[in-house]
Design a binder for this molecule. Structure first.
Ligand SMILES: Cc1cc2nc3c(=O)[nH]c(=O)nc-3n(C[C@H](O)[C@H](O)[C@H](O)COP(=O)(O)OP(=O)(O)OC[C@H]3O[C@@H](n4cnc5c(N)ncnc54)[C@H](O)[C@@H]3O)c2cc1C
Length: 370
């Protein structure tokens, strides 16, 4: 029998909601708190690679994701006019709209018996050795065997427990994103290259896709929110590929555009826990998004954490087993992503081939057991 009976998860994003589902399903009493209101999941789309879908399959969530999403199985590179430069089949994953993924995960968690409270956060955290005492913003106080920090890249739990030196830092790139209709032939991660820049496009449903373009800068950029559509159109002007022109035609409001700097952090080993408080997802390893794997790693974390916490033994044994299983795998993916980001910033044209090679090599590595 496991010593861990009652767990608090802070944050109900991709990783937190998946952990709430996986833990509740394993018979552990699971309480989640999320600072935002329910249904606040915003964003364009997200790519769930083969390894992520394998983890979803393992806990019987692949089917609902497939119902909403669109299967993708190719990585293709094009020039700005849409002429194909290279084509590589990839193991099948899916693209899905972020609100659809949030709906699948949160509904599954609640159905499995997890209790998730929205508009709620942690105000105080006291590790008493044999349990953790937690005070909440709604005035409640409760005790748990383990507390999971799944509160994302700007994690307050990481900051509180591990200190300011592990706060995420700007990595010299930002990303523009928007949603658009999908072309019928759009079958995977398509990358349109032009003079060292690139526009990516990933299907998210039978009729939708999302596009993104990266921008390098030494310091974080502040873009005027009311001009995001115009600024993005300027950046896409040189791309005449039909997919991009068709998408740009639909771009009529700044509200359709998301602009976000990349802040990253990889928590070092040997442990992602201190006492009975453990980190997962972006709180433990916020990557640059070149490998489209941050959400996938959070999903894998959740499945492995639930397996470890449900196994016979003490909380300390479970948390050590979790770090032992997760850190080497996540480190490799995080570092490959960061390397590609660095190559893109230093010499995107000169590094294009080794970037593609590292991308495909890491995709292959992801196929190894989690
Ligand atoms: C441009 C871009 C593209 C990406 N594309 C992909 C992709 O294609 N595939 C992929 O796998 N990954 C992708 N990622 C990465 C992915 O989005 C993240 O890695 C993933 O969302 C991490 O999940 P998480 O649960 O750890 O954090 P999040 O999903 O950010 O969830 C954190 C949750 O915690 C809540 N929270 C925050 N603070 C508190 C608090 N104090 N108290 C309570 N709740 C709190 C937040 O409201 C949020 O709901 C991309 C990232 C970016 C920036």
């Amino acid at each position: 029998m496991s010593d861990v009976k009652r767990v608090l998860i802070v944050g109900a994003g991709i990783g937190g909601a998946m952990a709430a589902y996986s833990l509740a399903r394993a018979g552990i009493s699971t309480h989640g708190v999320e600072i935002a209101p329910r249904s606040s999941a915003a964003g364009t789309g997200i790519c769930l690679l083969h390894n992520t879908m394998r983890a979803m399959h393992q806990v019987e969530l692949a089917e609902p994701c497939l119902e909403y999403g669109q299967q993708i199985d190719h990585f293709r590179q094009f020039d700005a006019m849409g002429n194909q430069i290279s084509e590589n089949p990839t193991p099948p994953g899916i693209g899905i709209k972020r609100p659809d993924l949030a709906h699948v995960l949160e509904s599954a968690a609640v159905e499995a018996g997890a209790k998730i409270e929205y508009n709620t956060t942690v105000t105080e955290l006291e590790d008493l050795g044999d349990r953790v005492k937690v005070s909440f913003s709604n005035g409640n106080v409760a005790e748990y065997d383990v507390v999971v920090g799944a509160d994302g890249v700007y994690s307050k739990i990481r900051h509180k427990v591990f200190g300011v030196k592990y706060d995420a830092e700007f990595v010299g790139q930002s990303c523009w994103r928007f949603s658009a209709p999908r072309l019928p032939e759009h079958d995977g991660f398509w990358l349109f290259r032009h003079k060292g820049a690139g526009v990516g496009a990933i299907p998210t449903s039978k009729d939708g896709c999302y596009l993104f373009i990266l921008e390098n800068s030494d310091k974080p950029l502040n873009m005027p929110p009311d001009k995001l559509d115009l600024l993005l159109k300027e950046r896409l002007a040189a791309y005449t590929a039909p997919l991009i022109r068709q998408a740009v035609e639909q771009l009529t409001s700044p509200k359709q555009v998301l602009f976000r700097p990349f802040d990253a952090r990889l928590m070092p080993g040997p442990w992602w826990h201190k006492g009975r408080v453990v980190l997962m997802g972006d709180a433990a390893h916020a990557p640059t998004p070149q490998l489209t794997s941050g959400g996938g790693m959070a999903i894998e974390d959740a499945v492995v954490l639930a397996e470890c916490l449900a196994a016979p033994g003490t909380a300390a044994q479970a948390l050590e087993a979790y770090s032992n299983r997760r850190i080497p795998r996540v480190k490799r993916v995080w570092e490959a992503s960061f390397q590609i980001s660095r190559w893109e910033r230093e010499d995107p044209v000169g590094n294009a081939q080794r970037t593609a090679a590292l991308l495909l090599d890491t995709y292959r590595f992801l196929g190894e057991p989690m």
